[in-house]
Design a protein. Sequence first.
Length: 248
Amino acid sequence: MTLPTAATYVVIGASGTIGSAVVRRLASPGVVVGLHYCRNRAAVDGLRASVERAGARGVCFQSPLDSEEACLRLSNQIGVELGTLDGLALCAGRVPWRQWKDLSGGDWQNAVFEHCVAPFTLGQAAVAGMQARARGRIVYLSSIAAKYGGSPRTLHYAAAKAALEAAMHGLAADVARSGVQINGVRAGFVHSPQQQAGRSPGEIAERLERIPMGRAGQPDEVAAAVAFLMSAEAGFITGEIMTVAGGD
């Protein structure tokens, strides 16, 4: 897999389980990696140290992603400090566990903003600079929940991810001739603090039984797909969803 030797990437949600794995995949000598986080500065400081040990430069960006204004401020800050990006990986977002019968309009609005509007807004802001240079890669992190509708406690999350995938397809087609490639990675069940907080041990065992390969994914397996979509080998791929889910 061939990644550019001198490139500028940003990973939104770099402190997360998959986001941090993506950072480590992209970090190499001569590369600049922007590390976005919302709250976990300690995790990002440690990650930046590993980026710099790999010969890359790490730059931290702290921002909530709870409003359009916050997303645009973050995009502006990234532009001022790093310039036009070669690659943007959008990996932020939590799983908002809540039984469907208890969902309110506010729950739906929050899920759709966090998992569709915010990542789309950040990608939208990056496209203009990429188009001006006639190159750039954007990868959205989706979820296998978009395929199946999630569980009784994640219907709103699944619907938001499905909306993100639909928007990604449309945006990718519209900008394809400008040299900007936009794809998504649909992650299956990956062991993470969020997944373990939302399920009992019995529920986790039952979930694993439904995966054809019989195991959870590793964060680096998802990150490898993101890195591939940033690589030279993915030069004729756009508007696609790559599923990394053990056959699920």
